[in-house]
Ligand binder design. Sequence first.
Ligand SMILES: NC(=O)c1ccc[n+]([C@@H]2O[C@H](COP(=O)([O-])OP(=O)(O)OC[C@H]3O[C@@H](n4cnc5c(N)ncnc54)[C@H](O)[C@@H]3O)[C@@H](O)[C@H]2O)c1
Ligand SMILES: [Zn+2]
Length: 359
Amino acid sequence: MTSVEPFLVIQQGSSRYPVFVGRDLLGRVGSLIKPRGRVFVITSEELTARFGKRVAESFEPHADVVTMREGEPNKTIATAEAIVGELLARNAKRDSMAVVVGGGMIGDTAGFAASIFLRGIDLVHVPTTLLAQVDSSIGGKLAVNHAKGKNLIGSFYAPVAVVSDTSILASLPAHEFLSGLYEAMKGGVISDVALFEAFESQREAINAREPEVIDELIRRKIRVKAEIVSADEREADMRRLLNYGHTIAHGIEAAMKYQGITHGEAVAWGMIGANAIAVRRGLLPRDEAGRIERTIRAYQPSAITGLDARAIAAATEHDKKNTGSSRVMVFPRRVGECVVVSDVTEEEIAYGIDAVLSS
Ligand SMILES: NC(=O)c1ccc[n+]([C@@H]2O[C@H](COP(=O)([O-])OP(=O)(O)OC[C@H]3O[C@@H](n4cnc5c(N)ncnc54)[C@H](O)[C@@H]3O)[C@@H](O)[C@H]2O)c1
Ligand SMILES: [Zn+2]
């Protein structure tokens, strides 16, 4: 077998971790990583037979498999505590390693459990959705939800490695795939013109999930996020750029009660709304906004159904990233360049939401 090299090593504060991206890596995770002690693969019942077992058996001796419940309603401190309990029951120690196999829900919940178990054990992410590969597995943010809102309990905790097997994306449901695609497209608008252009010129290949094209998108998006998070490990300024499209997206998702639309699709609409505000402010030329909107629509995000503008606006207010009364938002100046603006008014947000609903 040929050796597999990380395509990138991310430096974040005092942590450094390799990121592997390629085909058929699930069965090779054990050879890419050197655990200090016992290995615990944490995944869901659903994903155990599909992926978890293959990862566990790639270690010698084979890793234990711990299962947890899937689904956003289970992304709770109770689930994280149950994982901690399971690790204790199986005698995991400080030198044990958690290898977390799943989408962002599992990555966040099991990753958070690993970050608090005995004050933190080595963590490896094996993301299995496109969204997790291009977004949630990179950057070291982990969180679970609280009754008062999403991702309110969490930690910054860098993994020791990320292994993304892109061949397993073949089985991803269409809207889950689309969710990751829009997060990747967002990365193009933020800082990578070539990444955005790939979405413009290679739509058929992307929709057909052609391996070379998809792998290249994934690598480019990871690089965009890696550059931002290594420049700014904590949520200060640069990291805010990643929130492009997210203010209105959070409003849409919350108002739709997280049903009928994936996160990335909500971000697609949120980008259109942010762009409308940016055009009105004179930051973004109308043509460039049109170009971004055409590309977003070409991939056909799920429609926003049964909502009025006020419901969306009210739901954006729970966005924890906004501190004072005026809002922080990210606006493009052109594809590949965005700015963080901190004096956005409620009226402007309402204007952006109207632009989405009437478009
Ligand atoms: N930590 C971060 O920085 C960060 C960033 C973005 C999102 N997130 C979090 O990520 C979560 C969303 O993650 P997601 O979009 O990956 O969804 P998800 O983890 O809920 O997975 C979606 C569905 O896809 C299934 N699935 C996973 N891999 C599959 C595969 N290869 N083939 C077929 N089905 C598969 C899962 O079983 C699940 O039913 C949210 O909780 C969000 O808050 C975290
Ligand atoms: Zn997002």
